[in-house]
Design a protein around this ligand. Structure first.
Ligand SMILES: Cc1cc2nc3c(=O)[nH]c(=O)nc-3n(C[C@H](O)[C@H](O)[C@H](O)COP(=O)(O)O)c2cc1C
Length: 181
C-alpha cells in the first residue's frame, strides 16, 4: 500500500511539471531567515528525479538564497484541496553553482521565462542577436536550487478512513509507516 502511495506522490510531482494547472505545480517553500524565523513563499516545481529530488528556479538575489546559504534545512508543502490531500516534506537544499550545469539548465528555460532573470539592456541586445549570446555572456540572475527530501508526510482526508503515511529516507532508500484513522 505505501509503495502505491509513494508512486502516486512521484506521479503527482511528474504531472505537475508537465501540466501547468496541476495543483502540485506550485508549492510553499519555507526557509529560516538569519534570525531563525520561518519564511515562506510560493515557487514552481521544475524537475524531479526518481529519488524525489526536486528542482526550482529562482533569482540569485532572492532572500531564499541568503537563507539557504546559511541554513540549508527547508520544508515544502504541496496541497490539493479537491482531493483533500497534502504532502509535506523536510529537505536539504543545495544552490547549484556549477556553471556547466547552470548553463545546460538555462538552455532548457523557455524564452518567456528567461526574461524574468535577465536585465532589460541584455534583453534588448538579445532580440537583435539571439543566437550569439550564450549563458556565460549574460548578466543574469538565474539560479537553481535542488531540494533533497529526507522526510515526507502524506495525508489524505477521506471518509471513512483518513490515510497518513510517513516516509523516511535511510541509507538512500525510503522506509514507510502507515497510519489510518
Ligand atoms: C504563482 C507564483 C509562482 C512563483 N514561482 C516562483 C519560482 O518558481 N521561483 C521563485 O524564486 N519565486 C517564485 N515566486 C515568487 C516567490 O513567491 C517570492 O516572492 C520570491 O521568490 C522572493 O522570495 P524570497 O525573497 O523570500 O526568496 C512565485 C510567486 C507566485 C505568486
Amino acid at each position: 500500500m505505501t509503495r502505491i502511495i509513494f508512486s502516486s506522490i512521484i506521479n503527482d510531482f511528474k504531472n505537475a511539471i508537465d501540466i501547468s494547472s496541476h495543483p502540485f505545480r506550485h508549492f510553499t517553500l519555507a526557509t529560516s531567515d538569519i534570525d531563525g524565523n520561518p519564511r515562506m513563499r510560493t515557487v514552481v516545481l521544475r524537475k524531479i528525479d526518481e529519488m524525489l529530488n526536486l528542482t526550482i528556479y529562482t533569482d540569485k538575489r532572492s532572500k531564499k538564497i541568503t537563507h539557504i546559504s546559511k541554513d540549508n534545512s527547508v520544508s515544502l508543502l504541496f496541497s490539493d484541496t479537491e482531493r483533500s490531500l497534502q504532502v509535506s516534506l523536510l529537505a536539504k537544499a543545495e544552490i547549484i553553482t556549477n556553471d556547466k550545469i547552470l548553463q545546460s539548465m538555462w538552455r532548457q528555460v523557455p524564452k518567456k521565462l528567461k526574461k524574468e532573470y535577465t536585465s532589460q539592456v541584455l534583453l534588448e541586445k538579445e532580440t537583435k542577436n539571439t543566437a550569439s549570446i550564450d549563458y556565460l555572456e549574460r548578466k543574469h540572475s538565474f539560479s537553481v536550487i535542488t531540494l533533497s527530501p529526507y522526510h515526507i508526510e502524506y495525508l489524505r482526508l477521506k471518509r471513512p478512513d483518513h490515510t497518513r503515511v510517513l516516509f523516511k529516507k535511510e541509507n538512500n532508500s525510503w522506509r514507510s509507516t502507515y497510519f489510518t484513522s
